[in-house]
Write a protein that binds this ligand. Structure first.
Ligand SMILES: C[S@@+](CC[C@H](N)C(=O)[O-])C[C@H]1O[C@@H](n2cnc3c(N)ncnc32)[C@H](O)[C@@H]1O
Length: 270
């Protein structure tokens, strides 16, 4: 799949500077790429619709997602705790990237003005729509798209959230995605991220311990799930994530790496 560069990069021109090479040098990397590719189609864009690891485009996989995850997490309680910590309320607009079966989106919709649930899997979006209908919420906008392709049309938002989805992108593309999220946020807007983010110290031991813990919680299924995650998907060292966040214009307000492998970041747009 190819995407027109205009739909992928943030559009911006700096026509004040006449010398093209100087203008490009002064632009941040995302805008620079945009400038350089203004009239071309980009053929090397990472294809985020190609699922890596677990294939969440498959209805069978989606149908069993909530039950499988219930073996090791209470997603509804997690969502409520995150919303409390972010202090989001009735005037706030939230984007949830990699919204999956929609548990967070539904909880956010119960207390916020609008939630944009974004996912590259139509099967996930369909499942989330059913969940929203059952919960009686009608203020979720569902978007087939992802970190690199979702275009936010409305005004800048109060908060961007992503849980267990960012690891689907390799690090270079995570950097691009963070610039895009920053651009979608109001000044002072919040970013919440929870994912496999790894401390360097004792990384191998900590990953092995996590896989063992998941095997005891959910048997072969969770064990294979976790092994496939580390083998095929894109976990990131926390020191890399720290750098990517700060270069994309975020201040990390709080960071916790549980058991050396599960990162929780609360960030603010500078
Ligand atoms: C493990 S699930 C997490 C779902 C939910 N956020 C949660 O915490 O349970 C990962 C989700 O991210 C989606 N996803 C994968 N790559 C993506 C991308 N590049 N942009 C947006 N969503 C993506 C998958 O389709 C899947 O629904």
């Amino acid at each position: 799949m190819t995407h027109n560069i205009r739909n992928v990069w943030i559009t911006s021109r700096n026509n004040g500077i006449k010398d093209d090479s100087r203008r490009l040098r002064l632009l941040p990397v995302v805008l620079q790429l945009n400038e350089m590719n203004m009239n071309n189609r980009i053929t090397w864009l990472y294809n985020e619709f190609n699922q890596v690891g677990k294939d969440y485009s498959m209805p069978d996989e989606v149908a069993q997602y909530d039950a499988r995850h219930a073996d090791f997490r209470d997603v509804e309680q997690e969502s409520i705790a995150v919303l409390d910590a972010l202090g989001l309320g009735k005037n706030d607009v939230v984007i949830d990237f990699g919204s999956g079966t929609g548990t967070f989106a539904v909880q956010a919709a119960l207390r916020c003005a609008t939630v944009h649930a974004v996912d590259v899997s139509q099967a996930m979006l369909d499942n989330a729509k059913d969940k929203a209908e059952q919960a009686g919420v009608s203020n979720i906008a569902f978007h087939l798209g992802g970190f690199l392709t979702y275009e936010h049309d409305g005004p800048a938002v109060d908060c961007v959230v992503t849980t267990f989805a960012f690891h689907h992108l390799p690090d270079f593309w995570k950097g691009i995605a963070l610039h895009r999220m920053n651009h979608m946020l109001k000044p002072g807007g919040r970013l919440f991220m929870h994912d496999a983010i790894i401390e360097e110290n004792q990384a191998i031991e900590n990953i092995a311990a996590l896989i063992e813990k998941l095997a005891s919680a959910g048997g072969n299924f969770l064990q294979e799930d976790a092994e496939a995650h580390f083998r095929e998907e894109f976990s990131t060292y926390d020191w890399i994530m720290d750098g990517l966040l700060s270069r994309a214009g975020f201040v990390v307000e709080s960071k916790n790496i549980q058991d050396g492998v599960l990162g929780t970041y609360y960030c603010r747009k500078q």
